[in-house]
Design a protein around this ligand. Sequence first.
Ligand code: ADP
Length: 421
Amino acid sequence: MLLGAIADDLTGATDLALTLSREGMRTVQVVGVPPEGFTAGDAEAVVVALKSRTIAPQEAVSLSLAALERLRAAGARQIVFKYCSTFDSTEKGNIGPVTDALADTLGTQITIVCPSFPANGRTVYHGHLFVGDDLLSESPMKDHPLTPMRDSSLLRLMQAQSHRRVGLIRREIVAAGPQEVHAALEDARLAGNGIVVIDAICDEDLRTIGAAVADLPLVTGGSGIALGLPANFRRQGLLAPPATAKAFGALAGRAVVLSGSCSKMTREQIRTAVHAGMPALKIDPLQLAGGDLTPQAAVEWAIATKDAIPLLYSSADPAEVQKAQNALGRERAGALVEAFLAEVATALRAQGFSRFLVAGGETSGAVVEALRVPALFIGPEIDPGVPWTLGIGMDQPIALALKSGNFGGADFFLKAWDLLK
Ligand code: ADP
């Protein structure tokens, strides 16, 4: 294992894991702090997914330090702390306190802050974070319910959260190349800065920065910061050239689609799949509340689809969702569906199903928890942002594609399987 990463949420962790995997590192994502005695197996990068973005700063620090300890024990040579590319945080944290704690524990005098993610329109210029054409403070992030971002200066934002002095390396230096950035980092350290915000407006900048921070024990940023890090290990002869054959070997067992996502894209994916002849069973929370549909009945239906891939979905349009929520309450409606799909997944697993495509972020969380999947090996990307993963650390590995609501093309439920053949 070469690189260890700590991400402050689940989908952010997958995003980072995918970036590392695309850059040719065998990458495993662990859900929560790894257990004591954790080993990385043949993984070259391990991404720990925490849920620490908006919890109390002290709690975020202690979870992050626990993850750090396990990653170092497993052999990590460099640590990445990954947060959102819109720097989602409050005045108290948690980006500053976690960065300070990780840097102090690793004994490093300096680290970098770089949330830039140009592919998604997030860029940093002269220390200010842009979302598309707007400053962060003028983007929709200004009204975020949990972490409203009302300032775009990363220096001010970070200085308010950190006890280290925060400096800046401007784009002009980044454009000059890795050696200049390396020298500027050293100057900043000698000037008494413990954290440096670095400008980056394109992927090339991120690769330059990646090369310049090869010897830093800690790097912090959005998933974009991982673009340039694998190449450092490759230069040192520690990492093989990027592999070309990326498909998983065939996993024996049947496949199923479980969808609890009501997002527009997911509903279109369902229409497309049904139109193409995929057998489908619609699940209504009102039916579940009344006991009119049991998990056993749904499982029997799925098994009876024989050679086909069955689709079980509760996905509904806003009017139907509203109706269920009016009758049951928002939380109960959601919880009924999540528990139902999770139970169906567990029962199908026991019946030999081994390939699960799950639509919905919360739904995926419920299914992964019910199936007791401790870690996910990142496989081939089906559509931008959604890879096949291999659930590992279980009796028998299973293939999981976890799709958050708006991701994937219309034919996602149909075409995903081609990568498993
Ligand atoms: P997405 O990624 O699209 O946001 P999630 O799974 O994260 O999907 O969230 C969808 C939520 O809606 C889940 O909690 C799910 O249980 C709930 N849900 C699914 N179907 C229905 C329905 N028909 N009525 C009410 N709530 C539903």
